[in-house]
Design a protein around this ligand. Structure first.
Ligand SMILES: C[S@@+](CC[C@H](N)C(=O)[O-])C[C@H]1O[C@@H](n2cnc3c(N)ncnc32)[C@H](O)[C@@H]1O
Length: 415
């Protein structure tokens, strides 16, 4: 069987990630790569309007995590999503999940290999997301080029591919299983051999320890056959260093626009004071300093796209929004607790301490994704102590700039 068919068959038998539409309302998964305020800021510096013209492609949508989160955020805007996958079983799960949430009318489904995107009559798209897919293609180069060709001239793409160093135990175990459970075996037998091998290896086995000590790998192995198979028995799986990501993106006539967690890719995060060098060099050094990255999530645009300038944090007409869905509600509770400092945690390497005085609290509490900076400042100027405009602006920059650097706060300009 040729590889493309073998990969397709895997995802027909074992749709990924495993999701139960009947439990859809238990939890809204929120992949950070598709946080819409962040996408608007990273790709277009906040100068893009969400309306019926705005078109998104989820290429290799699987069972629908990205599509569902984007559709929730885009409710009522008219923006549309095309969910494409070559696995009919995965598309059906995605369809049922969207139905449960009442989001079906925002989404069009296409069953096809993504390499055929340019001849399907779909797009062109403002934003394409493709997570956990391109590293499984026979030619990731052709896959990326096919997606680039259905982007609008200034469209952008969000990609997740595997990273090399943190996945070394995965590749060691895959090498062993290629001998013990070759891909000519039926899937159920391969899974049986996998489970038996993992249970039989000595606990100090280097790769086994690496897998079991990494929570995300452990969960994949322990929670489902689809996860274990995807991790350890995939017939087509490659990974990238930062340098390889840059080469791949630039080889497709595209430019990098940033990683989802910018700080993770800065050497100074690991060795304070280490600065300088090109973005590519800094990001490659940060990967080696981190030492255990298992994936790269990044945004890129066509190399010839014109990119508008960045919005200053104190631009009066700009509208700040939390990138994290529902964060404003959580913050409202935290702002009521007195203290000299507020600490925000947005996951790994995204902790941001800011001052906890009344002006900062008023400013942060004013962020709701609708109010502009001028209105947020007016609320703070009306505080009982009557702070000066200069004080308000200073407090705002002290809080907003680090929150933007951590990709926790995004700014956009209304149309
Ligand atoms: C690991 S899953 C990721 C699913 C989803 N993007 C996510 O992140 O949850 C990979 C998905 O890509 C799909 N896929 C793999 N190669 C493909 C191709 N060449 N064309 C279309 N879909 C593909 C598979 O069917 C599967 O649903």
């Amino acid at each position: 069987m040729v590889l493309l068919e073998q990969v397709q068959q895997q995802y027909e038998t074992l749709p990924y990630p495993p999701r139960d539409p009947d439990r859809e309302l238990d939890l809204l998964r929120q992949p950070s790569l598709v946080e819409i305020p962040r996408v608007l800021e990273v790709l277009w510096n906040g100068r893009r309007t969400l309306n019926a013209e705005f078109q998104i492609l989820d290429a290799g949508c699987g069972t629908g995590d990205n599509t569902i989160f984007m559709a929730e955020q885009l409710r009522g805007t008219g923006a549309r999503i095309t969910a494409l996958d070559f696995s009919s079983a995965s598309l059906e799960i995605a369809r049922r999940r969207l139905e449960v949430r009442g989001l079906l009318d925002q989404v069009t489904f296409v069953q096809s290999p993504l390499e055929a995107s340019p001849v399907l009559g779909i797009g062109p798209f403002d934003f394409i997301v493709t997570t956990g897919v391109l590293h499984h293609l026979d030619s990731p180069e052709l896959g990326l080029a096919a997606l680039r060709d259905v982007l609008k001239p200034d469209g952008g793409i969000g990609v997740m591919v595997y990273a090399r160093y943190g996945r070394e135990p995965v590749y060691q175990m895959q090498a062993l299983l290629r001998h013990l459970a070759p891909r000519t075996m039926p899937e159920t037998d391969r899974l049986r051999v996998l489970r038996h091998t993992l249970a039989s290896l000595p606990k100090e086995h280097h790769a086994l320890r690496g897998l079991m000590d990494t929570p995300i790998f452990r969960r994949e192995i322990e929670n489902s056959d689809a996860g274990a198979y995807d991790l350890l028995l995939h017939t087509q799986d490659r990974c990238y260093t930062v340098a390889e990501v840059y080469d791949w993106v630039e080889g497709a006539a595209m430019t990098m626009r940033g990683f989802t967690i910018p700080r993770r890719y800065e050497p100074a995060t690991y060795l304070p004071g280490l600065q300088g060098g090109s973005a590519r060099e800094r990001h490659a050094v940060a990967e080696l300093l981190h030492g255990a990255m298992i994936r790269h999530e990044f945004y890129a645009m066509r190399a010839d796209a014109s990119i508008p300038s960045m919005i200053a944090s104190d631009e009066a007409s700009a509208i700040p929004a939390w990138t994290s869905w529902g964060f404003g509600d959580k913050l409202a509770g935290a702002l009521k607790t007195p203290g000299t400092q507020l600490r925000f945690t947005f996951g790994e390497e995204r902790e941001v301490p800011v001052g906890g005085d009344a002006i900062t609290r008023s400013l942060l509490g004013g962020i709701d994704g609708h109010r502009d900076v001028a209105t947020i400042f007016e609320r703070a100027l009306a505080l009982r102590d009557r702070p000066s405009a200069r004080q308000v602006q200073r407090r705002w920059l002290e809080a907003a700039d680090p929150l933007r650097a951590a990709a926790a706060l995004a700014m956009h300009l209304p149309a």
